[in-house]
Design a protein around this ligand. Structure first.
Ligand code: HAM
Length: 418
């Protein structure tokens, strides 16, 4: 026997009917952000690795998790671990009018240790709004993320909010924190020590218990915000209050990527276990466009993990799969040609129709018809062929079957379905 294959570790196939839930989720997302003026952006799945290095040399994503490779032209490329850097690269390249408001649906690749809710290929829907520093844009982005979760039916969400301050605030804080950690270097977990001097914010993000015991006492960035950053943050908070979006300040929220300035946030689903309960996160990244070689342009956005949202939806009984993709099922036991032609006539007239193949028995075809979720079976046998009719049988309702003249089938089926 030939060698057989499985999907690579940390990846999954999404099959019907589960994939129907994906479609419903993406449709809800496109509706919510589309009516706020966001347009779809599609950019390549791989970029020059330099694009993603800007996510932070100290981050796990860049240091350990990148799927990078050299192509046949010896270019050093990487599969995208997230959506933002590519979108900002595209912004720099095309210089659209601002604010540039876009959404995306993308696979993201991170070489992580797979576990429940954590994959090597996961999928995100997200938006980026580039070219405005207005705190109302932060409010808009957070509110759209909130409304999206509502639209898919998630109820038990909490929103944690923090501010990383201006780039200068962030730099000053990092220096102060590095000094503070340096004085306690022997108390933190060995695995985190190397980061303390160069990437002190990553130490705050450490999940290791020894380190956490120390960092809970660490100075907080939010206590030392400049006037400008405090004002920005205050306006974001009052905007969220005005829109009725509950949130709480979490000074320990350090996101896993390094480009953030000012507002950062994360939505957690109450229905998921705490290890992987983040169903989406985002923030401002006012220095990213410039660090990718463009003109300075502030930006803000979020990414939300589809797999995690669906796990949360499972736990809450939301987004149940839509059974019955087709409305009618054509059963032909008289050779198949009449059935083939009728099926296409129905589809071209806008009726969702399916049929059986391989010239199977009436009983076998009716079984498939039942499973299809269709409301009607259209039967073609020798008698129907001779009389130029089609017999309509109800599959979901207790109603007598009727015969329709072949030329009137489409109209008749429409009438019955209505
Ligand atoms: P992130 O927090 O790294 O942010 O990822 C966003 C979301 O993707 C997470 O909240 C989670 O739902 C999901 N996610 C991340 N990694 C995995 C994984 N290994 N398996 C399953 N789900 C995962 C970003 O990626 C930023 N680009 C968000 C952003 C947009 N910030 C500004 N604009």
């Amino acid at each position: 026997m030939a060698e057989s294959f499985q999907a690579p570790k940390g990846t999954r196939d999404v099959l019907p009917p589960e994939s129907g839930r994906w479609q419903a989720l993406v449709a809800a997302f496109a509706r919510v952000v589309g009516r706020a003026g966001y347009g779809l952006v599609q950019s390549p799945m791989f970029e020059d690795i330099g694009v993603f290095r800007r996510l932070g040399e100290g981050t796990e994503v860049v240091r350990k998790e990148m799927y990078d490779f050299r192509d046949k032209g010896d270019r050093h490329l990487a599969l995208r671990p997230e959506g933002t850097a590519s979108v900002v690269r595209a912004f720099n390249q095309h210089r659209p009018t601002v604010p540039w408001k876009v959404w995306y649906l993308t696979p993201c690749f991170r070489y992580e240790e797979p576990q429940a809710g954590r994959f090597r290929q996961h999928h995100q829907v997200g938006i980026e709004a580039i070219g405005s520093a207005d705190p109302d844009l932060d409010v808009e982005v957070i509110a759209l993320q909130h409304d999206f979760y509502r639209a898919v039916g998630l109820g038990t969400l909490s929103l944690r909010l923090n501010s990383m301050g201006t780039p200068a605030d962030r730099r000053a804080y990092a220096a102060r924190l590095a000094g503070w950690l340096g004085e306690r270097i022997d108390d933190i977990d060995e695995a985190d020590r190397a980061n303390a001097a160069e990437f002190p914010l990553r130490v705050l993000d450490s999940k290791r218990e020894r380190t956490r015991a120390v960092t809970t006492e660490a100075p907080k960035l939010i206590d030392g915000l400049s006037g400008e950053a405090a004002d920005h943050f205050g306006r974001v908070r009052s905007g969220l209050d005005a829109l009725g979006i509950a949130h709480h300040i979490d000074p320990t929220l350090v996101r896993g990527l390094d480009y953030y300035t000012h507002t950062t946030w994360e939505f957690a689903a109450g229905a998921l276990s705490t290890a992987q309960n983040a169903v989406g996160g985002g923030g401002r990244y006012d220095g990213l466009a410039e660090s990718l070689g463009g003109r300075p342009a502030p930006g803000v956005g979020f990414g939300a993990g589809i797999e995690r949202i669906l796990l949360a939806a499972d736990a809450e009984g939301a987004l149940t799969p839509d059974t019955g993709a087709v409305e009618v099922f054509v059963v032909d036991v008289a050779g198949g040609e009449a059935g083939r032609d009728l099926t296409f006539e129905l589809r071209r007239a806008g009726v969702a129709a399916d049929r059986a193949f391989d010239g199977r028995s009436m009983k076998a075809q009716m079984k498939v018809a039942d499973r299809s979720g269709a409301r009607l079976a259209l039967l073609i046998g020798d008698d129907e062929l001779a009389a130029d009719t089609v017999t309509v049988r109800h599959l979901r309702a207790d109603q007598p079957q009727v015969a329709l003249l072949r030329p009137e089938v489409v109209e008749g089926v429409r009438r019955i379905l209505d």
